[in-house]
Design a protein around this ligand. Structure first.
Ligand code: 6GU
Length: 246
């Protein structure tokens, strides 16, 4: 089964881009996923082939015209009626590993890439489009965000990564950051690999990794830690945890 990616963009040359290399590139050659672009400008109707116009109410930049984008989206729906339609925008809901897993388990995805100031809001009322953001910063366009989203999906497809991607030790799969990694040389620039990792005691190693995953999450991602420890508080096994452990 092929995961079919359909990308609506003003810059189709940006795809597959980096996804043509390495793991994703090999998977693309092997037919595990497909990458088709749709040029939004092909759906413009005026003689200048305009895709954007000035914002109602004034202000900076330009806004993608809803009639043109909707025509492109409708074409995409005809070609792939079962794929969810996502729009890459900093105004979207934050992308999560959970959503990535859901998407990767489906038939594919149709991705709408914005440029300029963004989309006409009526588009989201008129078509079943899910706005998605990849983080709290602003990109010059949705294309690089689409590449990020596709990379996250592709590595989870059957046969793409082997055992590692199905492992539940990865960052976020447990609601925590992953534990830190080390490899040889045992001593490098005066720093050594933690003794426990060389002990061969697998129970001790697992306990050390869990502790480091928790500590690093608490220090680096207090938002994730809050959710993780909050969830444990509500579970039967976590009900008796002391406040200072959180
Ligand atoms: Cl999905 N698109 C754009 N243009 N900027 C972003 C973003 C997406 N996510 C964060 N910043």
């Amino acid at each position: 089964m092929t995961f079919a990616a359909q990308i609506l963009t003003l810059y189709p040359e940006m795809f597959p881009g980096p996804l043509g290399q390495s793991l994703a590139g090999r998977a693309l050659s092997e037919g595990r996923w497909s990458c088709d672009t749709i040029q939004i400008r092909d759906f413009a109707t005026d003689k200048h082939r305009s895709v954007d116009d000035t914002p109602a109410g004034g202000g900076a930049g330009m806004v993608l015209k809803p009639d043109v984008v909707a025509a492109a989206v409708d074409h995409a729906i005809t070609r792939q009626p079962d794929a969810p339609i996502l729009a890459m925008t900093p105004r979207g809901r934050p992308l999560t590993q959970e959503r990535v897993r859901e998407l990767a388990a489906g038939p594919g995805v149709t991705i709408l890439c914005g440029r300029f100031e963004g989309f006409d809001e009526r588009l989201f009322e008129a078509r079943p489009i899910e706005p998605v953001s990849i983080g709290d910063y602003v990109l010059s366009g949705g294309e690089t965000a689409a590449i990020v989203l596709l990379d996250a999906c592709i590595r989870l497809l059957p046969g793409v990564m082997g055992a590692a991607s199905s492992g539940d030790e990865e960052s976020f799969e447990s609601g925590l950051l992953e534990y830190p990694h080390y490899t040889r040389p045992v001593e490098w620039e005066g720093r050594t690999i933690p003794e426990v990792l060389r002990s061969g005691d697998h129970a001790k190693i697992a306990a050390w990794r869990k502790q480091r995953a928790e500590e690093d999450t608490r220090l680096r991602r207090p938002d994730l830690w809050e959710r993780h420890s909050g969830a444990r508080d509500q579970s039967p096994s976590g009900a008796q945890r002391k406040k200072k452990d959180r």
